[in-house]
Write a protein that binds this ligand. Structure first.
Ligand code: S3P
Length: 433
C-alpha cells in the first residue's frame, strides 16, 4: 500500500487540463455498449473505476478498442446483444459500475453475479435492489450488500419511483432497467442529482435534451452510437481549486472543465467562502456545458454550507473540508449523511485526518464543524479512499511540516496522474511503497 508525503508548496501556477469526468465516462461506455453501431469516445477517464466498467462489457462479448490516450471505440450490440459472462463481473472499487450495471443487467436474458473490492463490499445496495425488485427484477445481495446475484425474469414492469434517497446512481440504475420494461418508467427526485444519464440517453436516442423535464425513459428506445467528448472532471479539478485558493501567490487556469449545473455547487460554496474563481470560454460539448476556470489565491472565510448544495457537491466535501480548515472561522456542514457510505466513511475520515494535523474538527451524524487554523505535520489514514488521499495531499501544501498519507493506491480509481500533475503545478508530493 503506497503512502504519499506532501511537503509544502510554492504557488500553484500554470495551465492544466483535468482528466475526463468519471461519471460521464462510465455512462458513455454503458450507452455505447447497448446502442447500435459504433461509439467513439475521446478524453475518456482511464481510471480504474472506468476500466472496470469496460472490462465488464468485454466479459459480455463487447468488442472495445482502447482506451488509448483517452480514445475508446465501442462496437455497440444494441439493447439485446449482450452475452452471458463466463465469470463474476468484477466492479472493483466502483459503486457507479456496480449500481448502474445492476440496473442494466436485470433486464437481460441471462443471470450473472457482480462483486466488488473490500470497500465496495461494505456499501449499501438495497437502494438499487428495492426499486428494481418493484420492477419485477430478481436481484439479491448479502444483507443488502455485494456481491449481487441477478437471475433473468420474463419481463420487467414500468414504475414511477419517488426516490427515498438522493442518488444519481439509483436514478440511473432505474432508467437503465426501464429500457427493458414495456412503457414509460419515471423517476421523481426530492433533490436534483447529476443528470448525465438523462442527457446521454437523449443524445443516444436522437432527442433534444431539455432541462427541468420529467425524468423518464421509454422501454425499447432505439439508441444509436455517438461521438462523445468527455469534459474534464470538476470533482478532480476541485483539488486544485482549493490548492490554489490556499497557497499564497497562486494563479491557475484549468481548461475544459465540465460545469453541468448539477455539479457546480463546489464552485458556489468556494465563492461563498471568498474564493477568487472566474469562468470563461463557456461552450457545450457532447451535450454537457464546459468552460475554463481560473483560480487565484484568496483569503477564505467560514460559512454554513447551504443544504441545497450538499447533493451536488457530495464528492467534493473531502477537499472542501481542507478549504474550511484554511478559512477563518468555523464552517458547518450538515445534511451530508451520504458521506458516511462513500468509498470510506468520509465524515470520520476527514475529521480524524484534520485532528491528526492539529485542526479543530467535530463530527456530527450528518456532517462536521471545522475551525480554520494552522496545519501541523502529521500522519493521515486515507482508509483507501481516493478523495481522502488527494484532499490531504492538498492539505500538506499548507502544513508547517510534512503530511504523510497512508493507503493511497486508490487515487488511480478517479485521477491517474494526480501526483505528476500536482507536482507540475507546484505541489511537492512524493510516493513511497
Ligand atoms: C455518481 C453519483 C454519486 C457520486 C459518485 C458518482 C454517479 O453517488 O458520489 O461518485 O456517477 O452517478 P450517489 O449517486 O450514490 O450519490
Amino acid at each position: 500500500m503506497s503512502r504519499i508525503t506532501s511537503t509544502g508548496s510554492g504557488p500553484l501556477e500554470g495551465v492544466a487540463r483535468i482528466p475526463g469526468d468519471k461519471s460521464i465516462s462510465h455512462r458513455a461506455v454503458i450507452f455505447g455498449a447497448i446502442a447500435t453501431g459504433e461509439t467513439q469516445i475521446t478524453n475518456l477517464l482511464d481510471g480504474e473505476d472506468v476500466l472496470c466498467t469496460i472490462s465488464c462489457f468485454r466479459e459480455m462479448g463487447l468488442e472495445i478498442t482502447g482506451p488509448d490516450e483517452g480514445r475508446l471505440q465501442i462496437c455497440g450490440v444494441g439493447l439485446k446483444g449482450l452475452t452471458a459472462p463466463k465469470r463474476t463481473l468484477r466492479t472493483g472499487n466502483s459503486g457507479t459500475t456496480m449500481r448502474l450495471l445492476t440496473g442494466l443487467l436485470v433486464g437481460q436474458q441471462f443471470g450473472c453475479t457482480l462483486a466488488g473490492d473490500q470497500s465496495l463490499q461494505r456499501r449499501p445496495m438495497t437502494r438499487v435492489i428495492d426499486p428494481l425488485v418493484q420492477m419485477g427484477a430478481h436481484v439479491d445481495g448479502t444483507e443488502g450488500r455485494p456481491p449481487l446475484t441477478i437471475q433473468p425474469v420474463k419481463a420487467l414492469h414500468t414504475i414511477c419511483y419517488e426516490m427515498p434517497v438522493v442518488s444519481a446512481q439509483v436514478k440511473s440504475a432505474i432508467l437503465l432497467a426501464g429500457l427493458y420494461a414495456s412503457g414509460v418508467t419515471q423517476v421523481v427526485e426530492s433533490m436534483p442529482t447529476r443528470d448525465h444519464s438523462e442527457r446521454m440517453l437523449c443524445a443516444f436516442a436522437g432527442k433534444e435534451w431539455r432541462p427541468g423535464g420529467i425524468i423518464q425513459v421509454e422501454g425499447g428506445a432505439c439508441l444509436r452510437g455517438q461521438q462523445v467528448n468527455v469534459p474534464g472532471d470538476i470533482s478532480s479539478a476541485a483539488f486544485f481549486l482549493v490548492g490554489a485558493s490556499i497557497c499564497p501567490g497562486s494563479d491557475l487556469l484549468l481548461t475544459d472543465v465540465g460545469v453541468n449545473p448539477t455539479r457546480v455547487a463546489v464552485l458556489e460554496i468556494l465563492k461563498m467562502m471568498g474564493a477568487n474563481i472566474e469562468l470563461s470560454n463557456s461552450r457545450v460539448k457532447s451535450g454537457e456545458p464546459v468552460c475554463d476556470i481560473r483560480v487565484r489565491t484568496a483569503s477564505l472565510r467560514a460559512i454554513d454550507v447551504p443544504i441545497a448544495y450538499v447533493a451536488s457537491a457530495i464528492d467534493e466535501f473531502p477537499v472542501l473540508a481542507i478549504a474550511a480548515a484554511a478559512a477563518q472561522g468555523t464552517t458547518r456542514i450538515r445534511g451530508a449523511q451520504e458521506l458516511r457510505i462513500k468509498e470510506s466513511d468520509r465524515i470520520r475520515a476527514v475529521v480524524t485526518g484534520l485532528q491528526a494535523l492539529g485542526v479543530i474538527a467535530v463530527e456530527y451524524p450528518d456532517g462536521m464543524d471545522i475551525t480554520g487554523g494552522p496545519f501541523q505535520s502529521g500522519i493521515v489514514d486515507s482508509l483507501g479512499d481516493h478523495r481522502i488521499a488527494m484532499a490531504f495531499a492538498i492539505a500538506g501544501a499548507r502544513a508547517e511540516g510534512p503530511v504523510v498519507i497512508d493507503d493511497c493506491d486508490n487515487i488511480g480509481t478517479s485521477f491517474p496522474g494526480f501526483l505528476r500533475l500536482a507536482n507540475t503545478l507546484g505541489l511537492s508530493l512524493s510516493e513511497h511503497p
